[in-house]
Design a protein around this ligand. Structure first.
Ligand code: ATP
Ligand code: MG
Length: 412
């Protein structure tokens, strides 16, 4: 029996990246051999074990045979005869199909090292098309390694298109799809995830609301890049510079989906896209298990982002309404997330990437003035006749504070 380090650990070491978790493959061992060595079996579909001390994953080398549709439509053979090469060829990408022996020797039958050198994401074999999850994984690796110069090989793009055209993406569970999307939103270049998926047709299946934005024009005066899809990608790039928070990235990704509903005879204006986008977000949340916090923030950004862009023109009542809609009095951290997504939207425009965005501090000042109000003081100061209606009293005090703050800001 022989044990090899495989997958991401070998790849990341060759890339000079820190190694997070290590995956191992075991050749020439049976389930009983592993159990006899106190490994704990965990795999349901095929034998995977946890090391009794390190807890790291050890999988028996296996081959797979396509027997049904989708990511799980495989029969596995993990007998002791399966070779390392046979196990490596079933892996998605050449850069993920390199093994390392205990003495540090690399076994690389499918050109993984060469592709690492050339910065290419290339499928290991034509069996790539058998598992639709690989389409999302490749897009995710493109997002993860874009900053290092990696690109998807043209022949791999062809296979990805083939998988999409065969309708195989529809067999993935919504949890899988969301999981891949959320991971992609944590990487350096989430915009690459969207680009790669769009190119192979997968975006139209997974995120049709975003796919529809490509080809939709916006007024050049505010959007020199014109195309709404391109604007969305630029926004993701700007958002990445501002935050690591995947909820903000998600909100940025979907902030303009309403523009996909504008009838073409109304282009390039998009009157009412903020509200109409909410309907599409609902569809999206029906389809994918978007976490509550992500969904809530995305709805707020979708509905209110244009209000922040013109916050200096808002009447006190509208400005107060914005703060209340954001629930910012109870949840200041949500205000900050909203502000960040709006900043990404303002900067995700060609030539405007480093513009000032004083709207943030403007709304923060209003927010601060509202927070400074002492409700019990307000009630105490009121006439006895007014005290029966504390809500109205506090509302009046807030409006007063917002008005004064705005006056102060305008005279600055
Ligand atoms: P990470 O650093 O994110 O863990 P990884 O490449 O190790 O990256 P894992 O999801 O841990 O990714 O999978 C381990 C290895 O298993 C991969 O490197 C790849 O060789 C193989 N693999 C995982 N999922 C698939 C799949 N759907 N199809 C083919 N091979 C896969
Ligand atoms: Mg791994």
């Amino acid at each position: 029996m022989k044990t090899y380090l495989v997958g991401g650990a070998v790849r990341d070491k060759l890339l000079g990246l820190p190694v997070k978790d290590r995956d191992w493959v075991v050749v020439g061992a049976s389930v009983d051999d592993m159990l006899a060595q106190n490994f704990k079996q965990v795999g349901k579909d095929f034998p995977v074990f946890l090391h009794p001390e390190t807890g790291e994953e050890y999988a028996l080398a296996r081959t797979e045979r396509k027997v049904g549709p989708g990511h799980r439509g495989f029969d596995f053979d993990s007998s002791t005869e399966v070779t390392l090469e046979e196990d490596l060829i079933r892996r998605d990408l050449s850069i993920n199909a390199i093994a390392e022996t205990e003495s540090g020797e690399l076994i690389d039958p499918y050109g993984g090292r060469e592709d690492i050198g050339k910065r290419i994401l290339r499928h290991t074999s034509d069996a790539f098309v058998e598992d639709p999850l690989r389409v999302l994984r490749v897009a995710r690796f493109a997002a993860r390694f874009h900053h290092m110069g990696f690109e998807v090989a043209p022949e791999t793009k062809l296979l990805m298109t083939q998988v999409v055209e065969a309708g195989e993406l529809g067999t993935l569970t919504s949890e899988r799809v969301w999981n891949e999307l959320e991971l992609a939103l944590t990487y350096q270049a989430p915009s690459e995830f969207v680009r790669v998926l769009r190119e192979c047709g997968a975006l139209a299946v997974i995120l049709p609301e975003v796919d529809k934005l490509f080809g939709v024009p916006q007024p050049e005066k505010y959007h020199p890049e014109i195309d709404t899809g391109e604007h969305t990608l630029l926004c993701l790039e700007q958002a990445r510079k501002l935050t690591d928070d995947p909820a903000i990235m998600y909100a940025t990704l979907v902030h303009d989906v309403g523009k996909g509903l504008t009838p073409p005879d109304k282009w390039p204006s998009h009157y009412g896209h903020e509200k109409s986008g909410l309907r599409l977000l609902e569809d999206l949340e029906q389809r994918l298990p978007v976490p509550k916090e992500f969904a809530a923030l995305a709805r707020l950004v979708c509905e209110h982002h244009t209000k922040l862009h013109r916050v200096q023109e808002l009447k006190p009542k509208t400005a107060l309404g914005l703060i209340e809609s954001l629930d910012a009095i109870r949840r200041p951290e949500r205000l900050e997330k909203f502000l960040t997504a709006c900043e990404a939207d303002a900067r995700g425009r060609t030539g405007l990437e480093s513009r000032d965005y004083p709207q943030q501090d403007y709304l923060r000042a209003i927010h601060k003035a509202i927070l400074a109000i002492d409700n019990s003081e307000v009630l105490k100061a009121a006439d006895a006749s007014e005290r029966g209606n504390p809500k109205t009293l506090i509302q009046k005090a807030r409006l007063q504070a917002v008005s004064e703050t705005i006056e102060g800001l305008r005279s600055e």
